[in-house]
Ligand binder design. Sequence first.
Ligand code: NAI
Length: 794
Amino acid sequence: MSIAEKFVSMEYGPAPEDPKEASVWLDRHGRQFGLFIDGAWQAPGGGEYFDTLDPSTGEKLASVAQGSSADIDAAIRAARAASPKWRALTPHVRARYLYALARLVQKHSRLLAVLETMNNGKPIRESRDIDIPLVARHFYYHAGWAQLFDQEFPEHEPCGVVGQIIPWNFPLLMLAWKIAPALATGNTVVLKPAEFTPLTALVFAELCQESGLPPGVVNIVTGDGSTGEALVKHPGIDKIAFTGSTEVGRAIRGATAASHKRLSLELGGKSPFIIFDDADLDSAVEGLVDGIWFNQGQVCCAGSRLLMQESISEKLVAKIRDRMSSLRIGPPLDKAIDVGAIVARVQLERIQKMVAQGVAEGATCWQPQTVLPARGFYYPPTLLSNVHPTSIVAQQEIFGPVLAAMTFRTPKEAVELANNTVYGLASCVWSENINVALHVAAQIKAGVVWVNCTNLFDAACGFGGYRESGYGREGGREGLLEYMEPKWFKQARKLSATDKPVASQAEDEVETSTPAIDRTVKLYIGGKQARPDSGYSMEVRAQDGRLLGEAPLGNRKDIRNAVEAARKAEGWAKATAHNRAQVLYYSAENLEQRRHEIIHRLAGVVGDKQAAQEVELGIQRIFSYAAWADKFDGAVHNPPFRNIAIAMNEPIGTAGVICPSDAPLLGFLSLVMPLLAVGNTVIAVPSEKYPLITGDLYQLFDTSDLPGGAVNIVTGYVSKLLKTLAEHDDVDAIWCYGDDATVASAKAMSIGNLKQVWTNEGRTIDWFDPQIAEGRWFLEHATQVKNIWVPYGE
Ligand code: NAI
């Protein structure tokens, strides 16, 4: 072929990257690897190894140790032993280690990129230009946070020893996302790489040695799911950070429920890729190439659901097919390849099976005429059109180069379809009309929205899901918070049945000014007083045994009604922050007006002194959150691209709250007010000891212009009501204050829709100390960050 002909056909010859350096590295280790524990290599206790392959050929690259539970135990001991010294280092010294790791990643970037591609099958262009530079960026960025730790997070300390489990789709990048923030905040780590792709993590272990990182700070234990399970279940772990399938995420939530391990989960997705009729279609199609064919579609945030405005769908599909026909599929070490190999045979079979199911359900399957390599695991880029929104290929993660296409007519319909999923990891919106794009972005329930761009990541921009895509963020300031806790919280005492709140400890005797009025309250649902479904009530007694009144015994039906009312009140989230602040100030004013009668009634259960304090501090607490309502702003990040990322603090949705027993008014306000301030709706179960507070609270809310349903109160037994709340799929979060057993059941019962659970971990919280019981810590748990990426420039 002449040069002129080549220019016309644009055919590329092969441009293979040389695997020599990686092969030398593998050979130097005799193509067999042990475990990296306490800064040294060890053979696995059980003597077992498994093969790790090159998916582009199916050939073995090396054998890798299968870590047993004894190995996990040894690694955790090493991490525990290293913890005190590591956390006691000055922030600057920790920063220097992270900086050294960033430099070493850059220094060895070619080896890392080649090895990543050999082990995972992703095109070398991606590992070389995206994965490895981002790995270095994460260590640089977090070196900065390590340096600033004491200034920016005074009064915080690391969780301790962290167990981290990562998947195979971005092996070294996921390692960096996990290890960099953990080390920056002073934790030590035991990390388990995915069984298909352990090799670059083992190079990283060597970089830890080369950097002089103290032994035990990073431990790497290879193995399969059983190794991961041993890590999750080990009592010596303070926190688990997991990325992988939603199914395993659920299992981990279950396995950690009865412990006090903190948990962050980054799970699956079925992210919508919305193209409006005014979009720049050629750019959108290029975006789609990155959205679904990047890394063979094995990306948790892949734009796997294409939503096209109906008027352009035919034209767009033609363009997509054209572009698909020019994608080059083949050996991933070839620098001219767009689509490489699928990570493993089992994953290839999973993709084939799901596509067949989609076709059986009515989808039309189109694939370009491509000759796939004879060896290795390959799957062609695939377009499924005429997909019904309920079809398996529209609902479940395929994790392959398969795009499921649907149409919509109006922006409203686009948003409905986009949110018609249990997931909420990412989304793309393509429109030249910035108003439409941002209006849609605001309504999508997902942790990331890319406007006119796709699959951009940066260490400064938090990444993570809504709903069953998990909770917690990786990257940014919010990602760091997952690895630390307030100092006071770590030291807080265990709550016991006999515990009294701090304010009442000074006075053991109950004053005599207890009320004579016998009160009966009702439930408060949808802004109205409601009789309980059961028709039963519970007696409420004073400390001296006198009957104070009766409160309804709420049941499942009442909780369901309350959830429905809370869902209907979601307009509260859309109210302006200024408006929410005013409603809160107004309720503080109303509490002030009723001060004396409430103190009078509350005194019967908690004594005069505490009652007065609860009301006084309650007014102040409401004021605080009214103040915060229009100040808990997000941020604008400047990632190193021509984009800004707008980080919005969004409400989580509908939250179920189990209130503390011993501070009936102040405990309620301390939990419900931060949730309300940022736009959540609430179903609260008030103090079991003094549910009569409900009567005072609904008077307060009724007279404060709070929309009906924004707060609902169901009295009754916590053990019964918690179950319905935690198992309810329309509840997005549970805040539970209680003893160990109660908080464990809150976590265990929330597995269904993977709702966010925040508890006191069975510890005491001094509601009377504003330094502890109010502020950012509460607001951070009441919100989730959505990053909206917006390009600029021509
Ligand atoms: P997986 O969730 O089983 O594996 C992820 C990691 O968890 C691996 O390191 C694995 O060894 C570990 N693991 C497995 N079982 C465990 C357990 N019981 N306790 C602790 N750790 C455990 O994902 P898999 O099987 O590799 O892929 C299956 C599907 O999951 C894919 O087809 C894809 O749909 C989804 N997936 C999603 C990912 C994401 O980033 N959201 C990443 C990987 C897979």
